[in-house]
Ligand binder design. Structure first.
Ligand SMILES: Cc1ncc(COP(=O)(O)O)c(C=O)c1O
Length: 392
């Protein structure tokens, strides 16, 4: 019998990253447009707090569920900013980034055979995280003719007696679409009607453009107690390498299961990272707004640049830091192929431009590629010029 872990596939994103890193190591000029990690530094007050924690000996075992100071700061933020009616700090758990929060959410909720509805395309790790405890991902196609919205009618049509939860991610990776408060209200109503859970992945809550406001589905009272919401410091505070995230739910059974999982796996997030988290949440948020504004400028530069490259038809993202581009019929292909891997290989081999093949995000992603605009403005502009020359 195949071991359940042998069934995990790490997929296309890892393959592209390895290929790009090999080229970089060989000294080739490359444009890492496949990476979901901005080039910003961690804000100075967070750096200082981490250094202070290290020097002052705050380096002993933290509680495995997280430092009380951090969980209290998270509770305040969740209530005031996200509008989540979290009971108390015991219902907030500190995790090693958003990935670990999602891992715990699915592991603590799902029984083998339970179905979870999720968008297609979707960040590829999500389906694997659902499958790990024996769950079954049920993808709903985000259609371009509906501006890639997560259509409530499609969600309801996919519900079976085995459906356990609806997963939602807004702003969404890879498309950068934002699901409106109205759409989220309709999804919440479906979840209430069918007695389902909602897992809300809000990794990009602060990377949102054009004056839009982030909406947390768990703030809707009717679904609040059946929602698990997952957050990360990775994108908001450029802390990808420091591995800090958190999850919140009002359900005591889920919290208790997660407490056990935390104790037996990580036994807590590194203490100095957690002190950085306290500074992040309790200090000024100027850097967060500055980074979001800079990303919006980068989006504009990159998206406008892409309009001049006729082999792409791109969707203008409303959040996150990716552009989702359809491979136009005008493209003749590469090495006899026209799919998203052919485009990815063409860009890497012929221009040193890293991208992610749409198929890596699910079947509905075929025919597309995802570009990350996480690098500085001159590099993005140069990457557009390089692609322009390649396809002219
Ligand atoms: C949609 C989504 N959720 C969660 C994560 C998890 O990020 P991290 O584990 O760095 O917090 C990512 C990372 O790219 C993501 O794109």
């Amino acid at each position: 019998m195949t071991h359940i872990i042998d069934k995990i596939t790490l997929g296309g994103l890892v393959l592209v990253r390895d290929k790009m890193m090999a080229q970089q190591a060989a000294g080739r000029k490359v444009y890492r447009l496949e990476v979901g990690d901005t080039n910003f530094d961690v804000p100075a007050n967070i750096q200082q707090a981490i250094a202070d924690a290290m020097r002052s000996g705050k380096t002993h075992y933290p509680p495995s569920t997280g430092l009380p100071q951090l969980r209290n700061a998270m509770l305040k933020k969740l209530r005031e900013e996200n509008g989540l009616p979290v009971k108390d700090a015991e219902h907030v758990l500190v995790t090693i980034g958003g990935m670990h929060g999602l891992y715990m959410a699915f592991a603590s909720l799902l029984e083998p055979g339970d179905e979870v509805i999720l968008p297609d395309p979707m960040w590829s790790e999500t389906a694997e995280l659902i499958k790990r405890p024996g769950g079954v991902p049920v993808p709903i196609t985000l259609r371009p003719d509906r501006s890639f919205q997560y259509a409530p009618a499609d969600i309801e049509a996919a519900i079976t007696p085995k459906t356990k939860a609806i997963y939602i991610n807004s702003p969404q990776n890879p498309i950068g679409v934002v699901f409106s408060a109205e759409t989220q209200r309709q999804i919440a109503a479906i979840a209430v009607k069918h007695n389902l859970w909602v897992i809300s992945d809000e990794a990009y809550e602060h990377v949102i453009f054009d004056g839009a406001r982030h909406f947390s589905i768990g703030s809707i009272p009717e679904i609040a107690d059946r929602t698990i919401t997952v957050y990360t410091f990775s994108k908001t505070y450029a802390m990808t390498g420091l591995r800090l995230g958190y999850m919140a739910t009002n359900d005591d059974v889920i919290v208790d299961r997660c407490r056990k999982l935390l104790r037996l796996t990580t036994n807590g997030v590194p203490s100095i990272t957690q002190w950085g988290g306290v500074a992040a949440l309790t200090g000024p948020q100027d850097a967060v707004h500055e980074m979001a504004a800079e990303l919006e400028t980068r989006r504009n530069i990159f998206f406008e640049g892409l309009q001049t490259i006729k082999v792409f038809e791109s969707f203008k993202p409303q959040g996150a830091f990716y552009v989702w581009s359809k491979i136009a019929d005008a493209w003749p292909g590469y090495q006899g192929q026209r799919d998203s891997w052919a485009m990815t290989n063409c860009l890497i081999d012929r221009a040193g431009v890293g991208t992610s093949p749409g198929i890596a995000f699910g079947p509905a992603g075929e025919g597309y590629v995802r570009f990350a605009f996480t690098l500085d403005r001159p590099t993005l502009t140069e990457s557009i010029e390089v692609m322009h020359d390649l396809f002219k």
